[in-house]
Design a binder for this molecule. Structure first.
Ligand SMILES: [Zn+2]
Length: 236
């Protein structure tokens, strides 16, 4: 059947068109771009987290610094009072000394906390600088590969377009209903046309009944594989 011969040729070109599509999908530069994009999104999210942590540490720092200053004020007042000669009783002096020692302890604690926070904030800043440098590098890399990829795709699309044009020229000679059937089958079975080989369907390897085999060999009408539904083609 001549129609199936044309459709067979159509399928060969159609498969090449699909292959070009796969070439684009599997392109090494596309994979690199996807990886870089993932990295950049990941870094973006991490930077948000880092920023939140740094803000919270800065808040801690401010709070402890205010506390530190307020204790310093209290101590200055005590010292002033002690020097003023207003305090007469021994009890009161003892009380003031006790209070002074407690406050000194608190100040020491606050001081070490502030030091720790400064160190942490410094390392945040270092990390931030490091990440921003790496992100800038990745963005540069992305732009460079994107250019490569775009050129690659353009070249593939051009080649694909030429094959597509040939394929579509053949389509004009194929019965519309048959072509529709082909396109419909293609959604689930590629390739759609299976060659008859050793009385088997080359698509699903099912052995075919002798009457089916005969019908395919007669080439008088379109025969579908009873098992997979592919169009059976006999090349003589
Ligand atoms: Zn089959």
């Amino acid at each position: 059947m001549e129609q199936l011969d044309i459709l067979w040729e159509y399928q060969e070109l159609d498969l090449i068109v699909d292959q070009y599509e796969n070439d684009i999908k599997n392109s090494a530069s596309r994979k690199q771009l996807l990886k870089l994009k993932k990295y950049l999104v990941d870094r973006d999210q991490y930077l948000v987290k880092l920023d939140e942590e740094a803000n919270s540490k800065t808040d801690d720092f401010d709070r402890i610094l205010r506390e530190f200053e307020s204790i310093q004020d209290t101590m200055a007042n005590i010292t002033k009072k002690a020097g003023s000669g207003e305090v007469k009783s021994l009890d009161e002096i003892e009380q003031m000394l006790k209070e002074g020692l407690l406050l000194q302890d608190k100040l020491k604690k606050n001081e070490s906390e502030l030091r720790k926070l400064i160190n942490e904030l410094n390392s945040f800043e270092k990390e931030l600088e490091d990440i921003l440098a790496k992100v800038a590098q990745a963005k540069k890399e992305f732009a460079r590969i994107k250019k490569e990829y775009d050129n690659e795709v353009e070249k593939i699309k051009q080649e694909q377009g030429e094959v597509k044009a040939k394929r579509d020229m053949l389509a004009a000679n194929i019965d519309k209903a048959l072509l529709a059937k082909y396109n419909n089958l293609k959604i689930t079975r590629t390739p759609v046309i299976a060659v008859l080989e050793n009385d088997q369907c080359s698509g699903c390897f099912m052995s075919l009944a002798s009457l089916v085999v005969q019908n395919v060999k007669d080439r008088k009408r379109i025969v579908e594989c009873e098992n997979c539904g592919r169009l059976l083609y006999y090349r003589n």
